[in-house]
Design a protein around this ligand. Structure first.
Ligand code: GTP
Ligand code: MG
Length: 195
């Protein structure tokens, strides 16, 4: 699945703009700056495919990427960005709800959690939305290179506790570092099992 090339397809701002549902897809959700775009770059092995930046909230559209002929990788706009104007937030929440409940080919959502911070209230809100949309989701810890081994278990326990309240949560947590490449092949294998 990950042998093929990756290409940017389009940025989507409304349901009517979604590309044809001609293949399965997985999406990446998470707070602004958690590392969604970096993870997509690492997964596809294509630097600069998804724009990664230090400016939170930069990715405002639902960005579609192909991975070979059979899969879309979908980069969702980051949430929890304090400076975003309310109308923008509301428009985004509407689109996200429509997308999660209306996209037949969506096989799994990956909810990215910063390994230094654990699950925050905004993450919990997205997980609730995934529960009600009946979209199975799986947690991916990001930036594990920034966490000392002794802090890892504490964060993992916090994340496990948060997941236990969500019926749509898949129990296995994937630890990744886009910077070091840790966990990337594991995540590829998980995606490859979806059909
Ligand atoms: P938005 O599009 O704004 O929602 O952000 P995003 O979730 O796409 O985050 P992005 O991939 O742009 O990464 C944000 C910052 O974190 C960038 O400066 C990245 O270089 C950095 N970053 C991402 N992944 C890692 C990682 O695994 N390790 C380290 N150390 N830094 C990372
Ligand atoms: Mg991004």
């Amino acid at each position: 699945l990950f042998a093929g090339q990756s290409e940017f397809v389009k940025g989507v701002v409304a349901m009517s703009g979604l590309p044809p549902a001609d293949r399965i897809e997985v999406c990446f959700a998470g707070r602004s700056n958690v590392g969604k775009s970096s993870l997509i770059n690492a997964l596809t092995g294509t630097k600069g495919l998804a724009r990664a930046s230090n400016t939170p909230g930069r990715t405002q559209e639902i960005n579609y990427f192909t991975q070979g002929p059979e899969l879309y990788l979908v980069d969702l706009p980051g949430y929890g960005y304090a400076n975003a104007p309310l109308p923008v937030v509301e428009k985004w929440q509407r689109l996200l709800k429509q997308y999660l409940s209306g996209r037949q080919t969506l096989r799994r959502a990956f909810v990215l959690i910063d390994a230094r911070h654990g699950v925050k209230p905004v993450d919990d809100e997205i997980m609730k939305l995934l529960d009600t949309s009946a979209v199975t989701f799986q947690c991916v810890l990001t930036k594990t290179d920034k966490v000392k081994a002794k802090d890892r278990e504490r964060i993992l326990a916090q994340v496990r506790g948060a997941l236990s309240k969500h019926p749509a949560a898949f129990p296995e947590i994937i630890l990744t570092s886009s910077e070091k490449g840790d966990g990337i092949s594991t995540l590829r294998s998980v995606i490859a099992t979806l059909e």
